[in-house]
Design a binder for this molecule. Structure first.
Ligand SMILES: [Zn+2]
Length: 397
């Protein structure tokens, strides 16, 4: 009987919250006392653990996780723990719904209001630079800042998106993305990497609407690059890869022609292939989106004199690449930029890109080729390591 009264009081209180007379912190529905989280406890081994959902501070937000992409970084951590973080809850490409917030939480990092039920993503946590906002045009990228999903374990534990709930602590960046569908929201983080790369490419002054652009590598990074170029109005895009399935998808996302490098013997023949794909011209600009040193060496050959290159394929050290400084850079006057993660500004641009891509019918959601529930996270990572799909995602039921 006592239990029943407690239940009724709880329900009444919850209903009152819906009418705005609620006691702080605001909360939606019934929130369980514990949350599942997939914790990487050893190399190549996740354990589903149950942690208490803590009391929220006045600046904190509790997010019910809907889904999270598996990133290349997660794959490295899964296989080798290069950051020395085990045990931890991984998952940084996540999104979910606000179910509870502290009384001080009113707006997201872009100034948009936040309410229970809003769909959100997080970006960096500037614990050393709490004053950095997306409005100061600070060029600092995420390198050096923390992100949820790559934090050391602590007594809250709910620090990554491979879980049922995430505790977003005050001082984090958070964005209200309620106007994007779930697949788009899962793709925000990898898309931001490409928004940044295109912004870097634009600093050369060589990338224009009518540019001939070669994109080498049609994994998720190269494919998203093609989609962004397409939404920008660049129409002359040649995709280079060794997998026909990926090249076919590159066409769906905006490539005007494709070159399968397996059809060519040697770099001269391959360069002819790229030139033919542009109707007899070399590229004005190239994006190098593979982690292969040979691919880096090759790409200079595809670029015309005075052209540009953005290298963004080496998110880990893939070894040295050989180039000929005379033929490849000096005599051709190639302008080269590197690109590394993104800035907060790039995040906001990414939301607009995803809406534009949808509005012109690019099937961006098809980048997510596999979806696994949280309790199959080990299988999800093994599938990711086999490189059979494109983006693998954990989607909560
Ligand atoms: Zn990532």
């Amino acid at each position: 009987m006592e239990m029943n009264i407690e239940e009724i009081v709880k329900q009444v209180l919850e209903e009152m919250q819906g009418t705005g007379i609620a006691a702080e912190p605001k909360a939606a529905g019934s929130i369980p006392k514990t949350s599942k989280a997939a914790m990487l406890t050893a190399l190549e081994h996740y354990e589903i653990k149950e942690f208490p959902i803590p009391e929220l501070g006045d600046d904190d937000i509790l997010v019910k996780v809907e889904g999270c992409g598996v990133c290349g970084t997660d794959a490295h951590e899964f296989k080798r723990d290069p950051f020395g973080l085990i045990p931890l809850v991984l998952g940084h490409e996540g999104t979910g719904e606000i179910v509870k917030m502290g009384k001080n939480v009113k707006k997201d990092s872009a100034g948009k209001s936040l309410a229970i039920g809003d769909k959100v993503v997080t970006c960096m946590i500037f614990k050393d630079n709490p004053d950095i906002t997306m409005f100061d045009l600070n060029k600092q990228n995420v390198g050096g800042a923390d992100v949820y999903g790559l934090l050391p374990d602590d007594d809250i534990h709910l620090n990554g998106w491979f879980a049922d709930y995430l505790v977003v602590r005050g001082g984090s960046t958070i964005f209200n993305v309620s106007d994007l569908d779930l697949d788009s929201r899962i793709l925000i983080e990898p898309c931001a990497v490409l928004i940044h790369a295109v912004e870097r490419a634009k600093t050369t002054g060589i990338l224009r609407f009518n540019s001939r652009v070669v994109v080498q590598g049609c994994g998720p990074i190269g494919l998203i690059c093609i989609a962004i170029l397409k939404t920008m109005g660049v129409h002359n895009i040649v995709a280079v890869d060794g997998e026909q399935k990926r090249l076919d998808f590159a066409k769906e996302l905006g490539a005007s022609a494709t070159v399968n490098f397996k059809d060519y013997k040697g770099i001269e023949a391959l360069t002819d292939g790229v030139e033919n794909a542009f109707g007899g011209y070399l590229a004005d600009f190239a994006f190098q989106c593979t982690g292969s040193p040979v691919a880096h060496s090759n790409i200079y050959k595809f670029i015309r004199n005075g052209g540009g290159l953005c290298e963004l394929g080496f998110f880990i050290n893939g070894g040295d690449a050989t180039i000929n400084p005379h033929f490849d850079i000096c005599s051709k006057e190639i302008t080269t930029v590197g690109s590394w993660v993104y800035t907060l500004r790039d995040y906001a641009t990414t939301f607009d890109f995803l809406k534009s891509a949808k509005s012109i019918g690019l099937p961006i959601g098809k980048l997510i080729t596999h979806k696994f529930p949280l309790n199959q996270i080990n299988e999800a990572h093994i599938t990711n390591l086999k490189m059979e799909g494109l983006k693998i995602a954990i989607v909560n039921e």
